[in-house]
Design a protein around this ligand. Sequence first.
Ligand code: NAP
Length: 317
Amino acid sequence: MKIGFIGLGIMGSRMAANLQKHGHSLFIFNRTREKAEPLVAQGAKWADSTAALALQVEVIITMLAHPDAVEEAALGENGFLRYPQPGQMWIDCSTVNPSFSRKMAAEAKARSVRFLGAPVTGSKGQAELAKLTFWVGGETNDFETCRPLLECMGNRILHCGGPGMGASVKMVMNQLLGTAMAAFAEGLVLGESLGLSREVLFEALLGGPAVAPFLGLKRERMENGNYEPADFPLRWLQKDLHLAAVSAYETGAAMPLTNAAKELYRLAIRDGRGSQDFAAIYDYLAHTHDVKPTNNGHRDRSDPSKDPRENVYAHDT
Ligand code: NAP
């Protein structure tokens, strides 16, 4: 099948490579052309714009950073929906908010282009091994038609409902991912401030009932301060918490924890950590708290004479 793939970042490059391995003809576009070179070397054809790409394919897949990038690719000056091919299929795998996904579904439908929103769970490793989970929103017929394509990139393909419903599941998923990571980071900082070593904390907590299973995969990064290259860049996690908050605003749901976590990640981005893996929120918090545990687990402050309560009591007199 002739497939156009737009967005060749951490996830898109690996997903496109898996389609190529299954013998599909790829036409590719990415804002930064160099990222297309490995796929071109394997036979993919470069298109100079998303419109030029659309004219040559039956299916278009987008895997872009955020709603603005998706809208530009589809409806910008050289956007593919400006040259609609009736009956063509567009699968948007980017993480976007449900109302945006429904808006894109409507824009596609108005041009007789079929649309599925199909965001994914799984990171760089799962993308590489074609073990992603797809959360799909759209018409049942389109879902069944596209299932074999999605199976080239993932091993769990779920139809969640009509347009926007895949994005809805994804919002909940990443809201949990972001708040769980931040809560764990805060717990580690508390434990270390109490004199516990990181090793004891990891052994006590990871794999136990109080923490999310994915946190075990972040241990090596947190132990070694190894946050680059990222599996999932912190700036996109913060974007997802923002999109979850926008979605909640639209429905009237209250998200006090999510909004607090979102601002914590924003502070980390302002600290220069946007391209680091989102597990770096631990490093950000630890530095903010000046936590540097020693080998025997006792807390080592850069200024041992400093009273940790001084800020608390500063305004009491
Ligand atoms: P990434 O490596 O940063 O790739 C982002 C892609 O979007 C690149 O192709 C980038 O082009 C393009 N892009 C960014 N801003 C753009 C703009 N203003 N105009 C046009 N193109 C733009 O990120 P990723 O990890 O692959 O993430 C892609 C999507 O998957 C995001 O929605 C993310 O939330 C989601 N996701 C990621 C993971 C993960 O673990 N990494 C897991 C599940 C879902 P350039 O190459 O030119 O920068």
